[in-house]
Write a protein that binds this ligand. Structure first.
Ligand code: PLP
Length: 401
């Protein structure tokens, strides 16, 4: 099984055509291969290096000791206290008041939330528009729901901007939704307010949903003013599902926690899928979310400062191998998506060679859509030591530029 290759070679008749037609995310494939190579320096997976903030872990420890219900199911849409805190956060973030019961759904992270949403809205062959490149798993999630990914190439020549004039040509009678992720994985691009508003206008005009996948809005560095949350537009409320993840901003990727703000009619459908899928988001993780949202999130400034330094570091180190990689400085999130300048067969082979010969783990750009070929993704949420080790090895392998 390999990234970007449907697993049709596996002919066991128990395996459905749908499952055989999927492939493992290139991010996870590289992370798994890397785990087998002793001492590999991995920039492959976007897992922040930080431990979950102590105030959150301590809150959960106290809860485990004192709350008899902590080990029990929660209602499928989540604990009331957490839903209320989420509604309060959404009001602060967007200015929009939502009803915790009608419009808030607690998920086990954005991946699970997106799966539930796509399951609800997608009939076979319905089209979901994805930026190209986009987050690798969105492609496979659409495929898993029997939908059709429609790629909307980003404009690399214009620092990975949305090519807004091209969008209308991609919309058809089968368009059900567009997925937007800004700041973006894998490019680090923050899409402009103007372009996002144009997407909103088109969603209204052509009656499709906008699924906003937001793990990275806290990481916008010197571009704070550029970031715009389309979920703050009241008129678009019925056309938007906004997914927020605790994985990155709260260093809680293993807790599996997120939430969705969505129209009431959609929540009614999503609850069914969520229940069938996992009954409820683990209650212990919801308890962590309550502690997280009850505090002042003072760790966020520290995380952002660390990522800002790491971004400077990785850009400096990329400059020393400018004969190997050409990059656009990322605006937000914590990824950089350089183009490979040296001769190579394809991005995946390039990454496999680097892993086995230089002990450096990168994710092949092709995992993020057709436009990602000839690129690699580097995650700079890892420690400075790991970034330095990876680039010392890249310099040793390719020589300095
Ligand atoms: C764009 C995007 N969406 C979703 C996820 C997964 O988020 P979660 O851990 O909340 O499922 C990631 C993780 O890297 C991501 O980058």
């Amino acid at each position: 099984m390999s990234a970007n290759t449907p697993d049709h070679t596996f002919t066991n008749h128990f395996v459905s055509d749908r499952a055989a037609g999927l492939w493992l995310s290139g991010i996870k494939e590289m992370a798994m291969l890397s785990a087998r190579i002793d001492g590999a320096a991995s920039l492959a997976w976007g897992v922040p290096s930080f431990a979950t903030p102590e105030y959150i872990s301590n809150g959960v420890i106290a809860q485990l000791k004192n709350d008899n219900d902590i080990g029990k199911y929660a209602l499928p849409d989540g604990l009331d206290e957490l839903k209320q805190l989420v509604a309060r956060k959404h009001k602060v973030d967007t200015g929009i008041s939502v009803d915790a019961d009608k419009h808030v759904m607690i998920s086990a992270g954005n991946m699970q939330g997106m799966h539930s949403l796509l399951r609800v809205i997608t009939n076979p062959d319905d089209e979901i528009i994805l930026t190209d490149p986009c987050f690798a798993s969105h492609i496979q999630q659409v495929n898993m729901c029997d939908g059709k990914p429609v790629y909307w190439p980003l404009d690399e020549g214009n620092s990975w901007s949305l090519d807004i004039d091209a969008l209308s040509g991609l919309i058809s009678g089968k368009t059900k939704a567009i997925i937007i992720n800004s700041p973006s994985n894998p490019t680090g691009k923050i899409f402009s307010r103007e372009n996002l508003l144009r997407i909103g206008e088109m969603a209204k005009a052509h009656d499709f949903m906008i699924l906003i996948d937001d793990p990275y809005s806290h990481f916008t560095y010197e571009h704070k003013d550029k970031f715009f949350n389309l979920a703050s537009v009241v008129d678009l409320f019925e056309n938007i599902a906004y997914l927020y993840s605790f994985s990155k901003a709260y260093a809680m990727s293993g807790w599996r926690l997120g939430y969705i703000i969505l129209p009431a009619w959609l929540k009614k459908q999503v609850i069914k899928i969520h229940d069938l899928n996992m009954v409820c988001t683990p209650r212990v993780s919801q308890s962590a979310g309550i502690t997280a949202l009850s505090g002042d999130a003072h760790h966020l400034a520290e995380y952002e400062a660390a990522f800002r330094n790491r971004r400077e570091l990785i850009c400096q180190r990329l400059d020393t191998v400018s004969h190997v990689f050409e990059y656009i400085k990322p605006e937000g999130a914590y990824y950089v998506f350089p183009r490979i300048l040296v001769p190579h067969n394809n991005a995946r082979d390039f990454c496999l060679e680097l892993l086995h010969k230089a002990k450096v783990t990168l994710t092949p750009g092709s995992a993020f859509g057709p436009s990602g070929e000839a690129h690699v993704r580097m995650a700079y949420c890892v420690s400075e030591d790991t970034i330095n080790l990876a680039f010392d090895r890249l310099e040793a392998y390719f020589g300095r530029g």
